[in-house]
Design a protein around this ligand. Structure first.
Ligand code: DGJ
Length: 744
C-alpha cells in the first residue's frame, strides 16, 4: 500500500481507493502533494508543487526568489522562517528561540500498526490490514528528532497519523505546540462541518462556508466537552448526504483539543488537529520523548454518509476493543431519572423485578449509593456502599439482582471528590488547585489530580475492592465538571503546562488497569451526558451516554449529529418517563422506543408506574430489539432525512449484504393532508425482491424500486384514518414508525 519514488523522494500511500502523497522538499522539510481519491502509482507527482515569485514574500534561500514556505504545501509546518500561517509545531530551546527547522533524515515502512503507549489508538489484528510509513526528521541545532507516522488501512479509507518527539540534545526543550495532523489543501472551496452544542444539546451539525482566516473549534475544559467535538469535516459545496467529496478529521483524544481550518491569501487551506496549544507546554529533558494523540482522516466521494460509514467501520472494529466489541449489548435499566439520590434497597428490587418481567437484562444502579451521598454535596471519593440505603452492601444487592437472572451494573465518578468526604478529609491535597487561589467548584465537587499516580492508585484500589467482591458486570463512568485552576502540586513550575494532558493520561491509565483486571467488564463512559463523547473514550468504553437529554425528539438531533463520526452501537439511548424531565414534552412510548433502539438500548424510568398497555409495548420493544440487535450494532447506518432540516428524521440500518434493513422514520409535528412522501433507501440489492412491513401494511418491491422510487411513507396525518390503525392516536405529534425491509 505504500510505495516510494526514491529518485524524487515521493511517498505514496494508496489502498486502491484513496491516495496520500508527500515528498521531501529541496530544503529538507516535508512537503504535501495530495490527499483524496486514489491516483495511479509509480508516477512523478512533483508537478503538483505550486510556487511562484510574489512581492512581499520571505524566501528560504538567498538568490532564490521562488521558494517560500508561505507558498508551499507542507506536512508538518513550523512558524518563524517564511511561513506566516499557524504552524503544527512550536518548540523552544534553552536560548529562548522558537525557530525550528526539521529536516528529513530517513524513512521506514512497517507492516501493520504500532500501538501508541498510554494513548488510545486504532489498531490492526493482523499486519496485513495496514501499512505504516514513518518519516524521521531532525533539527540538529536543537537536537530534536521528530517522527511523522502515517498508517493506511487496507479495508477502510482512512489514514491515522501521530507524531513522536525525542530530545536527543543536551538541553531541555519545550514543546509549545505539537499538533497530531496538519494538512494543506490546494484550494479552499469547501464548507466546514463541526459538531457543536451544549449540555443536553450535544453535537448539532453546524455547516459553514470557509472564508479567508481561521475557523476553529476547541476545548480548554480538560474534557473534550459538550460545546465542541474533536472533529471537523470538509465537504464540497455540492456534496450531499449521499454524494460528493467529503474529508473527515477526528482526534482520538478526550482532553483539550483544537480543530482548525485556515484559509490563506492564495486560497490554500490548512487543516490542523491536535492537543489545544492553549495552556499546553511540555518539557522534554534530554532523552525524553513525547507522543501526540492519534488523528484519523477519512475521505469519501459518497457524501457525508460515506464519510460516516468509514468512521463507523474503523471505530467499531478497530478502535473499540475487547470482550464487548462484537458482543450483543444487554438491554439495561438505569434508576437515575426515576429516583435520583432518593432510594433504598427495596425500591431497587421492586424496580428490578419489573424490569426482569419485561425482559431487561442488566440493572444499573446510578449515583447515590456510596458514602454520605444523599445529594450532590457529599460522598464523591468514598466508593463504599451507604448502609442506610443498602444494608446488604453492593455485594448483597448484586447477588439479589443476579438471583433474579439479571446482571448488575454500578455508577462511579472516579475522577471527582466532594469536600464532604472521607477521601478529601484525609487528602485535601489530592485535588487540582493552584496555590494561593480558591478552587472553583462545579456541582459542589473538585477534580482529583489524576496526573499523580498515587491519586489514581487510591481510586483504583477502592474500585478494585468493589469490582472483585461483588458481581458487577458493567460500570457507568461519569465526569460531571470540567477542570479549573489547572495545577498539580506534584510537578515543578516548568511542567505545569503538562497537567491537562497528564490528567487525561491518568484517566486512560485507570481505564486500562480496570480493563486488564476485569476484561469482561462493560464500561459506559459519561460526562454529564455527552461531555466527553469522543474517539479516545471509545477505545476503553465501547458505549457512552450520549446526552442527559432523553427526550425522543431532542434525541433525534443529538443522535443524528453524533452519527457523523460515531457508530450507533456506542450511543447509550434510553426510553424515559413522560412528561420528559428535561423538556417537559410527552411523546408516545413507541417513538421513545424506536429512537432509543438505534443505539445501546435501555430504559430509565420506573416501569411499575406504566399502564398495562404501555408495559405491553415495552415488552414488545425489548423482544423486537433482541431479535434485531445484531443488525443495530453491526449493520451499515444511513442517515436519510435530517431533523436539522425539516419535520422528519429518518435513518436506516442495513445488513452489510443488503439482505435486510430497518428504517426508522419519525415525524416531529403532525401535518394535515400533507404530500405523499417517499424516501429513497440505500444499501439494498437492486435485483432482490423485498417484503416491506410496518405496523400498518405490507407489500413487496425490488431493491431498485426502493432505492430509486423510494420507500413510501404511511402518512397517518394526511386526514385519512386507516382502519385498525389505532384511530386518532396515529395522527398525533411525535409519531414514529419502523419499517422492516426483508429480502424474500
Ligand atoms: C450525569 C449523568 O449524565 C446522569 O446520567 C447521571 O448519571 C447523573 N450524572 C448522576 O449524578
Amino acid at each position: 500500500m505504500i510505495t516510494v519514488n526514491e529518485k524524487e523522494h515521493v511517498f505514496h500511500l494508496n489502498n486502491g481507493r484513496i491516495s496520500y502523497l508527500l515528498y521531501v522538499m529541496d530544503s529538507g522539510q516535508m512537503g504535501h502533494l495530495y490527499f483524496g481519491k486514489a491516483l495511479h502509482t509509480g508516477g512523478s507527482y512533483l508537478h503538483m508543487v505550486e510556487k511562484a515569485h510574489r512581492p512581499m514574500t520571505t524566501y528560504i534561500t538567498e538568490g532564490d526568489l521562488y521558494t517560500s514556505y508561505e507558498h508551499l504545501r507542507q506536512e508538518y509546518p513550523v512558524y518563524g522562517t517564511s511561513d506566516y500561517r499557524y504552524p503544527a509545531l512550536e518548540v523552544q530551546g534553552t536560548d529562548g528561540s522558537s525557530i525550528c527547522k526539521p529536516e528529513y533524515h530517513s524513512y521506514v515502512i512497517v507492516s501493520g500498526k504500532k500501538p501508541l503507549e498510554g494513548l488510545p489508538a486504532t489498531y490492526v489484528e493482523d499486519d496485513g490490514e495496514a501499512e505504516t510509513l514513518e518519516i524521521l526528521m531532525r533539527d540538529e541545532w536543537l537536537g530534536l528528532e521528530i517522527t511523522l507516522s502515517y498508517t493506511i488501512f487496507r479495508d477502510c479509507d482512512a489514514i491515522a497519523r501521530s507524531v513522536r518527539f525525542v530530545n536527543q540534545g543536551k538541553n531541555p526543550l519545550f514543546l509549545d505546540r505539537a499538533m497530531s495532523l496538519s494538512l494543506d489543501y490546494p484550494d479552499a472551496d469547501w464548507e466546514s462541518v463541526q459538531l457543536s452544542g451544549s449540555w443536553a444539546r450535544e453535537r448539532s451539525v453546524v455547516t459553514k462556508k470557509l472564508e479567508p482566516g481561521v475557523t476553529a473549534v476547541s476545548s480548554m475544559r480538560g474534557n473534550s466537552s459538550h460545546q465542541h467535538n474533536p472533529f471537523l469535516a470538509l465537504k464540497r459545496k455540492d456534496a450531499t448526504e449521499h454524494a460528493g467529496e467529503v474529508c473527515g478529521f477526528s482526534l482520538v483524544y478526550s482532553g483539550n483539543f483544537l480543530a482548525q481550518a485556515e484559509v490563506d491569501n492564495y486560497n490554500v487551506l490548512r487543516v490542523m488537529l491536535g492537543i489545544n496549544p492553549f495552556g499546553f507546554r511540555w518539557k522534554l529533558e534530554p532523552g525524553e520523548s513525547f507522543v501526540t494523540p492519534e488523528a484519523v482522516m477519512v475521505w469519501s466521494c459518497e457524501g457525508m454518509n460515506g464519510m460516516s460509514r468509514q468512521f463507523h467501520t474503523l471505530y467499531r472494529e478497530r478502535l473499540a476493543r475487547g470482550y464487548w466489541r462484537d458482543r450483543e449489548r444487554p438491554v439495561l435499566i438505569n434508576n437515575w431519572e426515576a429516583t435520583a439520590f432518593d432510594y433504598v434497597e427495596e425500591d431497587l428490587i421492586r424496580f428490578a423485578l419489573k424490569a426482569k418481567e419485561c425482559g431487561i437484562e442488566l440493572f444499573v444502579l446510578d449515583d447515590g449509593w456510596f458514602g454520605a451521598r444523599n445529594n450532590d454535596r457529599a460522598g464523591l471519593g468514598d466508593w463504599r456502599a451507604n448502609p442506610a440505603k443498602l444494608p446488604n452492601g453492593i455485594k448483597g444487592l448484586a447477588d439479589q439482582i443476579e438471583a433474579l437472572g439479571m446482571k448488575f451494573g454500578l455508577w462511579f465518578e472516579p475522577e471527582m471528590v466532594n469536600r464532604d468526604s472521607d477521601l478529601f478529609r484525609a487528602h485535601p491535597d489530592y485535588i487540582i488547585q493552584t496555590p494561593g487561589r480558591t478552587p472553583s467548584h462545579g456541582r459542589n465537587q473538585f477534580v482529583l489530580d489524576f496526573s499523580r499516580r498515587e491519586v489514581v492508585d487510591e481510586i483504583y484500589g477502592q474500585m478494585y475492592i468493589l469490582l472483585s467482591q461483588a458481581k458487577i458486570s458493567y460500570i457507568k463512568w461519569d465526569m460531571n465538571r470540567s477542570i479549573s485552576e489547572c495545577y498539580s502540586s506534584a510537578f515543578p513550575a516548568d511542567r505545569q503546562g503538562e497537567i491537562f494532558h497528564r490528567y487525561i493520561l491518568g484517566v486512560y491509565s485507570l481505564h486500562e488497569r480496570l480493563i486488564q483486571a476485569f476484561p469482561k467488564l462493560l464500561i459506559e463512559s459519561c460526562s454529564s451526558g455527552g461531555g466527553r463523547f469522543d474517539a479516545g473514550m471509545l477505545y476503553y468504553a465501547p458505549q457512552g451516554w450520549t446526552s442527559d437529554d432523553s427526550d425522543a425528539i431532542e434525541r433525534l438531533k443529538i443522535q443524528y449529529g453524533t452519527s457523523l463520526v460515531y457508530p450507533v452501537s456506542c450511543m447509550g439511548a434510553h426510553v424515559s418517563a413522560c412528561p420528559n424531565s428535561q423538556v417537559g414534552r410527552s411523546t408516545p412510548i413507541e417513538t421513545r422506543g424506536n429512537v432509543a433502539m438505534t443505539g445501546a438500548f435501555g430504559y430509565e424510568l420506573d416501569l411499575n408506574k406504566l399502564s398495562e398497555e404501555e408495559l405491553k409495548t415495552v415488552k414488545q420493544q425489548i423482544a423486537f430489539y433482541k431479535q434485531n440487535r445484531g443488525l443495530f450494532a453491526q449493520g451499515s447506518f444511513y442517515r436519510l432525512l435530517s431533523p436539522f432540516e425539516g419535520n422528519f428524521a429518518a435513518w436506516e440500518m442495513a445488513e452489510r449484504d443488503g439482505s435486510r434493513a430497518l428504517v426508522t422514520v419519525t415525524r416531529i409535528l403532525s401535518e394535515i393532508n400533507g404530500p405523499y412522501r417517499r424516501i429513497p433507501l440505500l444499501g439494498l440489492n437492486p435485483d432482490r425482491k423485498y417484503r416491506i412491513c410496518s405496523r400498518y401494511l405490507s407489500y413487496d418491491a425490488y431493491g431498485d424500486e426502493l432505492m430509486q422510487f423510494g420507500l413510501m411513507l404511511e402518512d397517518q396525518a394526511s386526514g385519512q384514518v386507516i382502519e385498525g390503525s389505532g384511530g386518532s392516536g396515529s395522527c398525533e405529534d411525535f409519531r414514529s414508525l419502523v419499517y422492516e425491509i426483508m429480502a424474500i
